[in-house]
Design a protein around this ligand. Structure first.
Ligand SMILES: Cc1ncc(C[n+]2csc(CCOP(=O)(O)OP(=O)(O)O)c2C)c(N)n1
Length: 283
C-alpha cells in the first residue's frame, strides 16, 4: 500500500494556495494558446479550478512514477480542454514546464488533444467527445476486479453530454454500482456554437442523473471549498457512482472571454492577450 508521504491528497489543502495555482494555470493557458495560434480557450478556462482541485487536493498520484498501479485515474473526456490539463500536469512535475511552449507543434509531447502515447500523466487519448464515461466505467470495473484502491475521475462537457453514449454509460455505471467512479460535468452552459439551452436543452440535469441511479451533487465549479466538499462526499458514497454538476463560466478569469461562445476555439489576438495577462496579474 502507498505511504502517506508519497501519496496525494495533500494534507489540509490551503485554499489561497489552490487559488494561486489556478491563477498561474490560467496564465499558462493564455500563453500556450497565444503562442500556438490555435486551441480551445473558453473550455480550458472553465475547467481550470476543477482540475486544480482534483490534482492538487484530491487525487492520489506520483508524478515521478506515473504508472504507479494504485494511482487514481483522470480522464479528460472533453479532450479539447487539453491546455488546462497540460498546465496542471507540468506544474506537478510530470514533464518540464518548458514543454508548454510546444503545444500543438509537430512532434511535441503536447498534442492538440490528449494522447497517452505522447504525454506523461495522460491516461487515455480523448477528443472525440462522448467516449470518456464509457472508458471510465471500464477502468472502474478493472480496478475493482484487481482489488485496487484507485478512484476514477472523468470530466465531461455539458455540450458533450448531449451524446447518447454518455447516457448508455450512465446506465451501466449505476448497474455495476461503480462507487469508485466520479464524473464531473463542466456546466458552463455554452457549447461550440451557442447556449446548450438553445442547441439541445439539458435541464432538469440533476434529476436526469438521479433518475439514472447516480449520487448527484451540484456546486460552484470555481469555489474550492465547494468543490473539495463535493469530492469528499463522492469518496464517502457507497453503492452507486457519483456525479458533480459543477456550475462554471466559460472563459473564466478574463472578462473579455467570459460567457462568450465565440471564444470556444478562438485564441486571443495581441491586444486581448495583453489584457488577459494584465487581468490575471502577470508579473
Ligand atoms: C464526437 C465529436 N463531435 C464533435 C466534436 C467537435 N467539438 C469539439 S468541442 C465541441 C463542443 C463541446 O461543448 P462542451 O462539451 O460544452 O465543451 P466546453 O463548452 O466545456 O468547451 C465540439 C462539438 C468533437 N470533438 N467530437
Amino acid at each position: 500500500m502507498e505511504t502517506a508521504e508519497t501519496a496525494m491528497p495533500l494534507a489540509a489543502p490551503d485554499l489561497s494556495r489552490l487559488q494561486e495555482i489556478a491563477r498561474q494555470v490560467r496564465l499558462d493557458i493564455i500563453e500556450m494558446l497565444y503562442r500556438a495560434g490555435s486551441g480551445h480557450l473558453g473550455g480550458s478556462l472553465s475547467a481550470t479550478d476543477i482540475l486544480v482541485a482534483l490534482f492538487f487536493a484530491e487525487m492520489r498520484a506520483r508524478p515521478d512514477d506515473h504508472c504507479w498501479p494504485e494511482r487514481d485515474r483522470f480522464i479528460l473526456s472533453k479532450g479539447h480542454g487539453a491546455p488546462a490539463l497540460y498546465a496542471v500536469l507540468a506544474r506537478l512535475g510530470y514533464f518540464p514546464r518548458e514543454e508548454l511552449a510546444s503545444l500543438r507543434q509537430f512532434g511535441s509531447i503536447l498534442q492538440g488533444h490528449p494522447d497517452s502515447g505522447c504525454t506523461p500523466g495522460v491516461e487515455i487519448p480523448t477528443g472525440s467527445l462522448g467516449q470518456g464515461l464509457s472508458i471510465a466505467n471500464g477502468l472502474a470495473l478493472a480496478t475493482r476486479l484487481n482489488h485496487l484502491p484507485s478512484r476514477i475521475y472523468v470530466l465531461l462537457g455539458d455540450g458533450e453530454i448531449q451524446e447518447g453514449q454518455i447516457w448508455e454509460a450512465a446506465m451501466s455505471a449505476a448497474h455495476y454500482r461503480l462507487d469508485n467512479l466520479t464524473a464531473i460535468v463542466d456546466r458552463n452552459r455554452l457549447q461550440i456554437d451557442g447556449r446548450t439551452a438553445d442547441v439541445m436543452s439539458l435541464e432538469p440535469l440533476a434529476r436526469k442523473w438521479q433518475a439514472f441511479g447516480w449520487h448527484t451533487l451540484e456546486t460552484n465549479g470555481h469555489d474550492f471549498p465547494g468543490l473539495l466538499a463535493a469530492l469528499k462526499a463522492c469518496r464517502a458514497s457507497r453503492g452507486r457512482p457519483s456525479v458533480i454538476i459543477a456550475h462554471t463560466v466559460k472563459g473564466k478569469g478574463v472578462s473579455l472571454f467570459e460567457d462568450q461562445a465565440k471564444y470556444h476555439g478562438v485564441v486571443p489576438n495581441e491586444e486581448e492577450y495583453r489584457q488577459a495577462l494584465k487581468e490575471l496579474g502577470a508579473s
